[in-house]
Design a protein around this ligand. Structure first.
Ligand SMILES: Cc1cc2nc3c(=O)[nH]c(=O)nc-3n(C[C@H](O)[C@H](O)[C@H](O)COP(=O)(O)OP(=O)(O)OC[C@H]3O[C@@H](n4cnc5c(N)ncnc54)[C@H](O)[C@@H]3O)c2cc1C
Length: 309
């Protein structure tokens, strides 16, 4: 049996801890407890950031699909490998070769112990927090990890920091997994993107902007006002928290320029689709810069050409 795995016990915890903006913090003992909590309370999305590729015949994949009782379990086939994430693996493991469990256990000892209801001191960590990072005008993108076997389903994990409106656009890309900071949990001082200048509305494309700034004095005046409003809203936000307003409501006044952070684990076929759509001149400048940064980090293979639509 030949198999590959992207991730570690710590990867699951980091994807979970991003909700609290504490993805950089690690403590094996607390992390093991968190994995148990996630498993027992079915907070399962962090498990999606661990990816498994099993070298197999296509007929075995079809055998698997035929026997999967729950239609929500997503198992893919590409380049001679069965591809699935850990969440899907947990739901399909009874049908998969037993040696695969042994292989995964070596790489994810704490997680597999939880699944089996056992105890272990073992715990695996990531080699690095972030492999490479590119800053853009509105945020940054970092490559966390990749599993590249030369197929359309090769996987990548990124950590992205960007304004809320960019994250809204990003999360429309459904083929992939996300975990994001939750302002229901955190109350740390929010940070905001403010563009260097205010771009003018494009006349030809109703969605787009031009590279030109709006005329003075409006550009400087509006930028100044944006700065004032952000300061005022931040003060109101902090004041509401001090007086006991719930974080989940107080956050409602924080504007879309606010930064958020999320983990994104995505297969190459969807990543190329993202790069093609979001590096295009029709995409908004802020997401275009981040998409170009991703293209710089991992390149573009053109797998999206295989999708007619
Ligand atoms: C310039 C621009 C402007 C946009 N404007 C708007 C807008 O005004 N309003 C708006 O709502 N959205 C807008 N979008 C978002 C756009 O409609 C897509 O939701 C987004 O680009 C994600 O693309 P996708 O669906 O191909 O990607 P993914 O969701 O990652 O899907 C990848 C591929 O999987 C397949 N797929 C995924 N889900 C399904 C499904 N349920 N059924 C069939 N096939 C599926 C498709 O082949 C798809 O290409 C805009 C996007 C761009 C780039």
């Amino acid at each position: 049996m030949k198999a590959y795995l992207m991730g570690s016990d710590q990867r699951i915890v980091r994807a979970a801890r991003v909700s609290f903006a504490r993805d950089e913090h690690t403590d094996p003992e607390r992390d093991r407890k968190l994995i148990k909590y996630l498993f027992e309370h079915r907070h399962s999305s962090p498990f999606e950031h661990v990816i498994i590729a099993l070298e197999e015949r296509k007929s075995f994949w079809l055998y698997l699909l035929e026997r999967l009782e729950v239609p929500a379990v997503q198992v893919y086939y590409s380049g001679g490998y069965i591809w699935l994430n850990l969440r899907n693996y947990i739901n399909a493991m009874d049908l998969l070769p037993t040696e695969l469990m042994g292989f995964i256990q070596e790489r994810l000892p704490a997680t597999i112990a939880v699944i089996k209801g056992e105890e272990t001191e073992n715990y695996t960590t990531d080699r690095v927090f972030m492999d490479r990072k590119v800053e853009t005008s509105s945020g940054f993108v970092g490559l966390v990890d990749s599993l590249e076997l030369g197929t359309d389903m090769d996987y990548y994990t990124f950590v992205v920091e960007c304004p809320i409106f960019v994250a809204r656009q990003w999360h429309r890309h459904r083929f992939g997994s996300y975990n994001e900071v939750s302002r229901r949990y955190v109350s740390y001082e929010p940070s905001f993107y403010v563009p260097d200048y205010l771009r003018k509305q494009a006349q030809t494309n109703r969605q787009a902007s031009t590279e030109k700034p709006v005329e003075e004095p409006w550009n400087s005046l509006f930028l100044k006002k944006i700065g004032w409003y952000i300061q005022d809203l931040k003060a109101l936000y902090n004041n509401m928290l001090e007086k006991g307003v719930a974080r989940e409501l107080a956050r409602g006044i924080l504007p879309q320029f606010m930064h958020t952070r999320f983990y994104w684990t995505v297969p190459r076929i969807a990543l190329d689709n993202f790069i093609a759509l979001r590096t295009h001149e029709g995409a908004q400048k802020e997401i275009r810069e981040l998409a170009k940064a991703i293209e710089g980090l991992v390149g573009y293979r053109g797998t999206e050409k295989k999708l007619r639509l």
